[in-house]
Design a protein around this ligand. Structure first.
Ligand code: SAH
Length: 472
């Protein structure tokens, strides 16, 4: 007889990794300079395998969020979180590794370029813990590619060096055609003074590239003399590039020509890669239901004749609770199952269910949900409507208007955005709103939308909410 095992708890994925010592394994990996697509395939693979991810300030939370299975530990310097000294980070890596975990230490750029990767492997060697190093695209390479400033160029620059601008006592001026300085947030002037003192001509070209490869990348250019006369400014994170290769820079680099679209949820595939940069404003939906209500509803599931899913999250969290309450798809076989929108239909398929109907609000010539339902002959139903806990009554109302009895069931909540995740709207050309909930979240965080920014609602209900909240 086949043995059936029920797993209540997620086991460590790697109890059987076979490390001879029984210790875990550590990957010291580079995440690249910002654009999440600049992650290597190898780093992506180990992040999928990770039990624990320890990540820095320069690594975007958006990137680590894509690996939901791992425990994440932020080791940067955000105000509301614990400040880790390097020793403490080393200890933390070791602690998890000794528990047999697969640990990914994820750093901005490359771990061996001003990344303190060397110190971390030193500790691992001493502890006899196995490790690998996965290189990343360093900020200098990201900035160079995304601003069209080649670091070497025939007849212009035949050597390049990477230096630090911090601390000021450590600033060096090597004799290379191009010099890239890291960590210059507050020391651009100190560096430039030393470069001039070393005898580089006042006409030497200079560029500061801030937030390289990110949606808010900004480049400032001038000559050595011009920069030295400018007011001191703080640029962070930023690189200072010095050398005549900068004459290749053009204001309209391939990257700056792209339109930046802020996506509040939804499917980024609707914005094709060559024209747009998609900036995520994760309108997070997280599990968060009244568990007693969910249990009672699932126990009484036979009373319903129809299940209606309005989005992907309602599918995802409904099934989470269905399984947790010991039921599966067979308990839904008596019901008509409908979705509004293809994303929810696609999610349903992953549970082995082809919806009886998929009501596509977009492009339905303004029929509205009520019209679509009656077109499909769906009335007199007792509908279970898994939805957000901060209930959006408009769908329930439309289903009722079509002559149905409706029971909304909160299976997730919209989580408020944190202030530090806020996107700088100065760089944004368009905002795509995927649901009324996202419009409200956006309103809470930003208050208003600058007139020059185009807004695109996903459907009629989102358009109405936009009108209500922003008059747009
Ligand atoms: N290991 C990293 C560097 C860490 S030191 C790498 O290889 O890129 C931190 C410095 O890196 C910052 O002060 C800044 O000078 C630079 N930096 C990192 N990301 C950057 C970015 N997106 N744009 C500009 N500079 C960046």
């Amino acid at each position: 007889m086949k043995e059936v095992r029920i797993m209540h708890e997620q086991p460590s994925k790697h109890n059987d990794t076979g490390t001879a010592t029984g210790k875990g394994y550590v990957y010291i990996a580079g995440a690249g300079p910002g654009d999440p697509e600049l992650l290597t395939m190898k780093a992506h693979r180990v992040l999928l395998e990770a039990d624990v991810i320890l990540y820095d300030d320069l690594v975007s939370p958006d990137l680590v969020d894509q690996y939901p299975a791992a425990e994440k530990i932020y080791t940067g310097k955000r105000k509301d979180s614990h400040h880790f000294e390097q020793d403490e980070i080393n200890q933390e890596i070791v602690r998890h590794a000794l528990k047999g975990k697969i640990v990914v230490r994820l750093k901005g750029g490359d771990p061996f370029i001003f990344g303190r990767g060397g110190e971390e492997i030193d500790t691992l060697r001493r502890q006899g813990i196995g490790y690998e190093i996965i290189p990343g695209i360093t900020a200098a390479h990201g900035a160079s590619a995304y601003t069209e400033i080649p670091l070497t160029m025939r007849k212009v620059s035949s050597s390049v060096s990477f230096c630090t601008g911090h601390p000021v006592s450590k600033i060096q001026v090597p004799d290379t055609d191009t010099i890239v300085y890291y960590m210059v947030a507050s020391s651009v002037h100190d560096v430039l003074d030393m470069v001039a003192a070393k005898g580089r001509s006042g006409d030497t070209k200079v560029a500061v590239v801030q937030n390289a490869t990110r949606y808010n990348q900004k480049t400032f250019t001038g000559t050595l003399d011009e920069f030295r006369k400018r007011e001191r400014a703080v640029y962070s994170p930023a690189l200072l590039i010095i050398g005549d290769n900068i004459s290749q820079f053009i204001e309209t680099s391939w990257y700056s020509r792209k339109k930046k679209v802020l996506m509040t949820g939804g499917d980024s595939k609707r914005y094709p890669g060559t024209d747009y940069i998609v900036v995520n404003f994760p309108c997070r939906r997280v599990a968060g239901a009244d568990l007693d209500a969910v249990k009672a509803t699932i126990e009484g599931i036979d009373d319903f004749s129809m299940l209606f899913f309005q989005n992907k999250s309602s599918v995802k969290y409904f099934f989470k609770y269905l399984f947790e309450n010991g039921r599966d798809v067979r308990h839904l076989s008596h019901m008509t199952i409908c979705t509004s929108g293809r994303a929810a239909a696609a999610e349903l398929l992953t549970y082995g269910i082809i919806p009886d109907c998929c009501l596509e609000a977009e492009g339905s010539a303004g029929l509205g949900l009520t019209g679509l339902l009656s077109k499909e002959g769906l009335a007199q139903q007792h509908i279970l409507l898994p939805c957000s806990g901060n209930v959006d009554e408009s769908v329930a109302a439309e289903l009722r208007d079509a002559g149905n009895r409706v029971t909304p069931l909160g299976v997730y909540v919209h989580e408020a955005q944190r202030q530090e995740d806020a996107v700088d709207l100065e760089f944004i050309d368009e905002i795509y709103f995927s649901s009324p909930g996202c419009v409200r979240n956006f309103r809470t965080l930003y208050g208003s939308i600058p007139d020059r920014i185009r807004v695109t609602p996903a459907d009629d209900r989102t358009a109405e909410e936009l009108q209500r909240q922003f008059g747009r």
